[in-house]
Design a protein around this ligand. Structure first.
Ligand code: ATP
Ligand code: MG
Length: 331
């Protein structure tokens, strides 16, 4: 048996992964996978909470998300990938948890509130309101210790911890309280200046974008609107491009900020500098992506064997859960 602590983390298959994922989560996954037993969930059921009307998209997006993770350095020889909907124990656990989570605690969840606004929902689905409960099941069905995530997920991890404490005191202490892990850049802004780059918000630079696309996207990124001429002094604090320098060009942040404030560097040169840094960083990612794209059978195999392994863990923990709840009827 693997004695290491366990990581559970993952993504919704709602599109291709972007730079927000890279700094917010993927880099942590790649760095931690040797020290932690790492499970990567491809949360297709959670994707349905906002995409129930186009389930046919999932098949391709499951593959995209798996390949993006591998391209970013999550090694399928070391980490285990699995598909959420193929672990029915997660759905079972979600049902049990939903008996003691209040509707009000979900309505007041700050991330749910933000997402309702971002998606422009007038009314919300039961499954959408309850996805943090399902996420608690994703994290706890395998007794994960650590969950590397972006900032938007913190309220959900907090709920998971509460659920575990409640379950353990109501029944028997079998579940493990997970801890969140946030990276240096826990919320990357979108190209549109939106507070979060998001797959479903159409404001991202994707790991799969080619060099020219990255260049065009950065060229169009929002900067300080008051800086029109080269001689105008700028304010980096309100510039999206500067936020990307902070995330991806740490070594030059001081210079970039000064050059902007005293009008020493123009926006075009500043953007070109960033584009070069991003493309240099993404080049090895693109190479790895191409490797897996050429080997679809290998990707399928990784997902199938990973899911089978995780299913074994899920069955074992579910047996403990049922026993703790005294609903193990036939011994
Ligand atoms: P969607 O818009 O479809 O919800 P998403 O971009 O929010 O997609 P998810 O699959 O929901 O991506 O999230 C996967 C992980 O990536 C989570 O841990 C999330 O916190 C993190 N993450 C997503 N966007 C960002 C971002 N802009 N900055 C930092 N981390 C992020
Ligand atoms: Mg999201």
């Amino acid at each position: 048996m693997d004695k290491r602590k366990r990581i559970l983390t993952g993504d919704r298959p709602t599109g291709k992964l972007h730079l927000g994922h890279y700094v917010g989560s993927l880099q942590n996954r790649a760095a931690l996978q040797k020290d932690y037993e790492t499970f990567i969930i491809i949360a297709d059921v959670q994707a349905l909470t906002t995409n129930f009307d186009r389930p046919e998209k999932l098949k391709q997006d499951v593959i995209n998300v798996a390949i993006d993770n591998m391209a970013a350095g999550v090694d399928p020889e070391i980490s285990t990938f699995f598909i959420q909907s193929l672990i029915p124990e997660i759905a079972e656990l979600t049902t049990f948890y939903s008996m003691f989570v209040t509707v009000n605690s979900l309505r007041h969840n700050p991330t749910i509130k933000t997402e309702i606004q971002q998606y422009g929902y007038k009314d919300i689905m039961y499954g959408f309101l309850g996805y943090p409960v399902s996420q608690a099941a994703d994290i706890t069905f395998c007794k994960a210790d650590l969950v590397p995530v972006g900032e938007d997920q913190l309220p959900h991890i907090e709920l998971s911890r509460k659920i575990v404490r409640r379950f353990n005191e109501l029944y028997k202490p079998v579940l493990v309280e997970p801890e969140a892990m946030i990276s240096r850049v826990s919320r990357l802004v979108g190209l549109d200046g939106n507070s979060k780059m998001g797959k479903s918000l159409n404001n991202g630079i994707y790991l799969s974008d080619d060099g020219e696309t990255v260049k065009q996207k950065i060229r169009g990124a929002v900067t300080d609107p008051n800086r029109i001429k080269l001689t105008d002094k700028g304010n980096p604090d309100i510039c999206t491009v500067f936020k990307y320098h902070q995330a991806f060009n740490e070594g030059e942040v001081q210079n970039v900020a000064e050059g902007c404030r005293n009008a020493g560097i123009g926006c075009s040169a500043c953007k070109a500098n960033l584009t070069n840094k991003l493309n240099a960083m993404l080049e090895p990612v693109r190479e790895k992506r191409a490797y897996y794209e050429e080997r679809p059978d290998k990707v399928q195999e990784i997902l199938m064997t990973g899911t089978a392994k995780v299913r074994g863990v899920a069955k074992e923990v579910m047996r403990e859960v049922r026993e703790a709840m005294s609903i193990d009827y036939f011994g």
